[in-house]
Design a binder for this molecule. Structure first.
Ligand SMILES: NC(=O)c1ccc[n+]([C@@H]2O[C@H](COP(=O)([O-])OP(=O)(O)OC[C@H]3O[C@@H](n4cnc5c(N)ncnc54)[C@H](OP(=O)(O)O)[C@@H]3O)[C@@H](O)[C@H]2O)c1
Length: 392
């Protein structure tokens, strides 16, 4: 299997490259803006299976050249690039996957459904952890129920030993700043609507050591598709993050100080936007953390509640997705985002995903075998079913 991974030296891209080689012995072209960083990833993973490539995915000619001959193109770079990369994958007849269009881009991508179908390819939109595993959990829950009313998704992360130190997030700092400044969409009573930033405050019980966390609505892709593609009457869909207190304080301060701005400012004769500046700092920190041998035990948790009815009475299917850093391999909990694109690439090439077109995960991924594949990487999905009986 030949896979082109774009953004291959990012936090997620580097782990996807590793999974593709470790689990599927794929031939990977690992593409990113900076050759030295992507070469480093190739050295870590196995230089005979990985070809490093310097590529700016906004250059359509270079992108087409790189994508030609690939069985699958995975876009693990910024979500803004999806809409540039996906049409090129369709044009060259390659299957495609990405980590989500941050709600708004998802709608633009869905417009390519017929084009992708005509080209005989499948574009899986948002196949990371969230969106990704969470969408598949929603579909799994719907299969257990006769009808669905509400799907509520929650996320949190943290470390085993609590620290008061500030840290960079485990995923793109650009996305975190966007999450804290853009109005979160939800589906309420069958209608898509925008809520105020950091509204929807709710206490939710997550597995230990997170325990009870306070979660807020955050802009995410799940609300773009789950009601329509899961169907069964689904009227309400929401996504909330329960930030660890320390991270919440740090990110909120950065957002309030204007670090999410794309407007360039002049400093010492150089012009850069606050967002580009903080991104450069974050990427430097990510690169240097790869050289570090320190092990911090950290986790990533999701909870998906699917509420509805079964046999005429209220019923709930709840999914807990838990991932800890893997001490043996040194792979962080962030693999819960990086592994699903790798599984998807394998399934697309082996024909385990038969539907064609641009589709969200809930429309094309079979939950049980998918959860079992995740389990092989110690990404643990647990299902709890609760139904009720009435004697009146
Ligand atoms: N679905 C999910 O569960 C989930 C979870 C986490 C993150 N995400 C999303 O996944 C995306 C990547 O996240 P991340 O944490 O891996 O980000 P990251 O560490 O910042 O990595 C992004 C990579 O893309 C590269 N890149 C940027 N522009 C490019 C271009 N024009 N051509 C080629 N490569 C380019 C960057 O290169 P430079 O460093 O040189 O700029 C960087 O190496 C984000 O949009 C994030 O929101 C999704």
């Amino acid at each position: 299997m030949k896979v082109l991974v774009i953004g291959a030296s990012g936090q997620m891209g580097a782990l996807t490259v590793r999974d593709l080689v470790d689990h599927y012995k794929a031939d990977v072209v690992a593409a990113d803006l900076k050759l030295d960083r992507v070469k480093k990833v190739a050295e870590l993973v196995g230089i005979n299976k990985v070809t490093p490539l310097q590529l700016d995915a906004t250059d359509p000619h270079a992108l087409k050249q790189a994508a030609t001959g690939a069985d699958v193109v995975l876009c693990n770079a910024w979500y803004e690039l999806n809409i540039k990369v996906m049409p090129v994958a369709i044009e060259v007849g390659a299957h495609y996957g990405d980590l989500g269009g941050f709600y708004d881009y998802t709608f633009q991508q869905l417009k390519y459904h017929e084009k992708a179908k005509d080209a005989g390819v499948t574009c899986v939109l948002g196949i990371g952890s969230s969106p990704g595993i969470t969408n598949v959990c929603g579909a799994a829950g719907a299969m257990r129920l006769d009808s669905v009313d509400t799907i509520s998704i929650y996320c949190t992360w943290g470390t085993k030993v609590k620290t008061a130190d500030a840290s960079f997030p485990a995923y793109s700092v650009r996305t975190v700043l966007d999450e804290l400044t853009q109005n979160p969409p939800i589906v309420e009573n069958g209608k898509h609507k925008r809520m105020p930033v950091l509204s929807g405050e709710t206490e939710v019980l997550m597995p230990e050591p997170a325990g009870k966390v306070v979660a807020y609505y955050i802009k995410h892709s799940e609300a773009a598709t789950m009601a329509e593609y899961i169907g069964k009457g689904t009227k309400n869909v929401s996504f909330r993050i329960g930030f660890p207190a320390n991270d919440f304080a740090t990110f909120k301060t950065l957002a309030q100080l204007g670090f999410s701005s794309d407007e360039k400012v002049e400093v010492g004769g150089c012009r850069a936007s606050p967002k580009d500046f903080i991104t450069a700092m974050y990427l430097r920190a990510v690169a240097s953390s790869r050289d570090s041998s320190d092990i911090v035990d950290e986790y990533d948790y999701f909870r998906v509640d699917v509420n509805g009815e079964k046999s005429g009475a209220p019923a709930t299917a709840t999914y807990f997705v838990t991932t800890w850093n893997d001490r043996d391999s040194g792979i962080p909990s962030g693999r819960d985002t990086a592994v699903p694109p790798s599984i998807t690439a394998d399934w697309l090439v082996r024909g385990k995903i038969k539907e064609r077109g641009t589709l969200p995960p809930e429309a094309c991924i079979d939950p049980e075998p998918f959860f079992k594949e995740l389990g092989k990487r110690k990404i643990l999905v647990e299902e709890q079913l609760q139904d009720s009986r009435r004697y009146y």
